[in-house]
Each structure stands twice: as structure tokens, then as C-alpha cells.
Design a protein around this ligand. Sequence first.
Ligand SMILES: [Zn+2]
Length: 82
Amino acid sequence: MQVLCKPSDSSADLYCPICGRGFLLYWERSSRDQQEVTLPEIQQTVRDHHSGDGHPEAAFNIPSWPGLPQFSAAALLGGATF
Ligand SMILES: [Zn+2]
């Protein structure tokens, strides 16, 4: 399932285990069970940022999506605001 991660300076749903950067999460589906299954994948992606260029400044999708993040299913169904 797809999730949109949006960097956030205030409240956040997930914090980077390495630097503590916060991210708001917008889910394609509201099922808690499915969210919990996807969570480790998100944490791994956030960790992987540290072996690359760092965290993106803009919102991003997991799994990665070729379109604009604000038009992804996770953004639309999750009610993300840009
Ligand atoms: Zn970090």
C-alpha cells in the first residue's frame, strides 16, 4: 500500500531513528493492520536517506511513485494538504 511522507517541523507521525526528523504520514488506506505492516518499510526508507543525500525537503511516496506526490493515491485518499 502506498503512503505519502511529508517532512514536518511540528507534530509528526514518524520520527527518523537517526536524526529525529519528523514526518507526517498520509495513508492510501485507513486500515491499521495494513499500516503496521507498511511501517517498517517507511522506517527503512527514512534510514536509507542517511546513506544518500539526506532526507528530501519535499513530500515523497513509498513505494516511490513517478508522478507528483500531491496527486498520488496516498495524498488524495489520505487527505494531505500542500
Ligand atoms: Zn534522519
